[in-house]
Design a protein around this ligand. Structure first.
Ligand code: 5GP
Length: 214
């Protein structure tokens, strides 16, 4: 039997996950994408160089600073920010396409991008901030990732406090102590947000047809 959510049309939503680097956000994003066919990842453009194992077009579109600036000038980016001296931005078109088809979009963007999305489309936005359980856990995860140089690790630890200071701007906070538990919390958030009355554009019609037979 289908649940009521599959019968009643709804608008897509924008699910933002922000955190300091190393809090486990990428793992949690992948888990969510694998567990839920209705949500797709927004693939950002960036001017930073790829890390080993990163796949162009999947993790990021790696582009030149000149091309990035052209995209800003052409209005091709929904939001963009300078993070650690590199530029990162969200291409507008795939997001608008997904939303118009009633699909949800997942964003791995920082607080600056989240603020811009909130200005542009607050009603469709759900913001989750991921925190590490301890400072030590964050340090260990950054070192174990072993993809960044020691200098970059130190820089990202220093940046973490600044990123974390933005937690009150988010709708939900998940403390990522154990991945499975955090994954369950994120799925619960998504499920509840999909059920919000204002997103469920098919409710009026549904209730009308329901009450005509009462
Ligand atoms: P990383 O270089 O570790 O992949 O990402 C560094 C930071 O940039 C992360 O906090 C990530 O969320 C953020 N970021 C990635 N893509 C975007 C984007 O398109 N826009 C914004 N504003 N931030 C992004």
């Amino acid at each position: 039997m289908n649940s009521s959510t599959t019968h009643i049309a709804r608008r897509g939503l924008l699910l933002v996950m922000s955190s300091p680097s190393g809090a486990g956000k990428t793992t949690l994003s992948r888990r969510l994408l694998a567990a839920d066919a209705n949500i797709t990842m927004s693939v950002s453009v960036t001017t930073r160089t790829p890390r080993p194992g990163e796949v162009p077009g999947h993790d990021y579109f790696f582009i030149s600073r000149q091309r990035f600036e052209e995209m800003i000038a052409g209005g091709e980016l929904l939001e963009w920010a300078d993070v650690f001296g590199n530029l990162y931005g969200t291409p507008r078109k795939p997001v608008e396409e997904a939303l118009s088809q009633g699909r949800d979009v997942l964003f791995d963007i920082d607080w600056q991008g989240t603020q811009q999305l909130a200005q542009a489309m607050e009603d469709d936005l759900v913001r989750i901030f991921i925190l590490p359980p301890t400072a030590e856990a964050l340090r260990v995860r950054l070192i174990n990732r072993a993809q960044d140089s020691a200098v970059v690790v130190a820089k990202r630890m220093a940046e973490a406090a600044r990123e974390i200071s933005h937690w009150p701007e988010y709708d939900y906070v998940v403390v990522n102590d154990e991945v499975e538990a955090s994954h369950r919390e994120i799925k619960a958030i998504l499920q509840a947000e999909r059920l919000r009355r204002r997103r469920r554009t098919g409710l009026t019609e549904f209730v009308r047809s329901l009450t005509k037979d009462l």
